[in-house]
Unconditional design. Sequence first.
Length: 319
Amino acid sequence: MALDLFCPGLAAQSPASNWCCPIASSVIELRTLLAEVHERFREASLCYGQGTENAWDEATALVLGVTGLPDAPSSLDIGLDEAATARIRQLAQRRVDERQPLAWLLGKTQYCGAWFTVEPGIVVPRSPIGPMLRGGLRPWLARPPRRILDLCCGSGCLGLLAAKQFPAAKVTLVDADPRAANLARRNAVALGLAGRTEVVCADLFDDASLGAFDLILCNPPYVDAADLRTLPPEFAHEPALGLAGGEDGLDVVRRVIDQAGTHLAEGGLLVCEVGTNAWRVNRTWPRLPFIWPDTPAGGAGVFLLDAEALHSHTSVTAS
């Protein structure tokens, strides 16, 4: 997610705290503290990409995340009391010293207009699939889905965004990590979606009760062994279970492609993120008719496969 200077929406769902007060000698203007944090992040040469793309976006996310203020120009002139200022400076220093993801330090992140609780040990929401859902996956999805599956769901962000986008759908969220499954449940409750979602702790399609779906979303681990050894500290903090895809990065992707056909209804669609491994995917399955749409952030790291192609592939691999 790239932020402009207080572009509408970042903190719209997070109410302002009691840390804001009229300008007085004992408080600091938000614009001043924002500039201070930005400069600290810029000088520290931090790595971004876990919800923000640069030092300014990261500083904005921190200041608004702590205060709950709207990302509007009027917020720049608001004064913050000593407690808010101290908290922001403390978290900024931890961000620099520990190189932990900012979302973990805040305990929350905004992704595609919704706030999600996040915590250490769970990958921070950032998949380009999220922005793609806003358009209803047109023209590739033949009809609004009735049943949606979010594989490797982590915090549950993709499946829950899909539940918001398709209000008539039932959504199943699956993750092999019990901590992730528990977090996804909590996020479903917080977003008022618990009644249309179920969370299953299982390894991909291993739960025999899953059945067939009209839409399968998957952000699997796809970092190859070489890249895993050279991750920046911010990304190295994240769990290997959510990142490591084996020697070539495709261990989990292979299982998804081989098994998804048996869980897609007629007219269904698989949407899967593979990042920079797109070339490996094309080389490994040259006969599959992958669609590589341009993602909102640019690039082609997400592929689409329809049910017909996957049904044929499943029949071949099973024979």
